[in-house]
Design a protein around this ligand. Structure first.
Ligand SMILES: *[C@@H]1O[C@H](CO)[C@@H](O)[C@H](O)[C@H]1NC(C)=O
Ligand SMILES: *[C@@H]1O[C@H](CO)[C@@H](O)[C@H](O)[C@H]1NC(C)=O
Ligand SMILES: *[C@@H]1O[C@H](CO)[C@@H](O)[C@H](O)[C@H]1NC(C)=O
Length: 137
């Protein structure tokens, strides 16, 4: 039997985890961070964006106030050179969010559509929004 040092086992596990982290994400890190900041600004504390499969996951139970309630994020993986998927759509409606509209939206260069209807988001539309590619609101 070959003795295995616990340290080398740990190192092996660590490098495997690191490898996974780098290969798994299909959404660029800057876009993942922008979405996290947008959710934080909107006070959508019960939601987490997973860049590995472009999904918006509920981290704790949120009451569904309407049949029309929808929180989802859409990505397009056929933009540019096909190595990345980009966030193109954010829907977060009928969840009574009470945060603010986030200037971080400009950090999503491929964002085309947002729907934040039926929340209590306050503040004005950030001036940075003038430079986005938004086609639908
Ligand atoms: C939310 O909207 C997206 C995009 O229109 C749709 O694909 C999805 O099925 C909807 N989810 C729910 C729970 O209605
Ligand atoms: C392909 O996409 C990657 C990641 O977004 C980028 O770094 C690279 O410059 C792109 N290559 C081309 C040829 O567009
Ligand atoms: C975010 O939600 C928490 C808990 O519901 C609340 O106490 C806080 O005032 C909210 N923050 C903002 C900026 O609205």
């Amino acid at each position: 039997m070959v003795p295995t040092k616990p340290e080398s086992l740990l190192l092996l596990t660590l490098s495997f985890v690191i490898l996974l982290r780098f290969t798994a994400s299909i959404v660029p890190q800057e876009e993942v961070e922008a979405v996290e900041n947008i959710l934080a600004d909107m006070n959508a504390t019960n939601w987490r964006f997973d860049g590995d499969d472009c999904s918006l996951d509920m981290v704790s139970e949120v009451p569904r106030l309407s049949q029309e309630a929808n929180a989802s994020i859409g990505c397009d993986c056929n933009i540019g050179n096909n190595t990345d998927c980009h966030v193109v759509r954010i829907i977060h409606k009928f969840y009574n969010l009470d945060g603010v509209l986030s200037p971080e939206l400009v950090k999503l260069p491929y964002l085309r559509s947002i729907d934040f209807a039926y929340n209590y988001l306050s503040g004005t539309i950030p001036p940075e929004w003038g430079s986005t590619q938004l086609q639908e609101m």
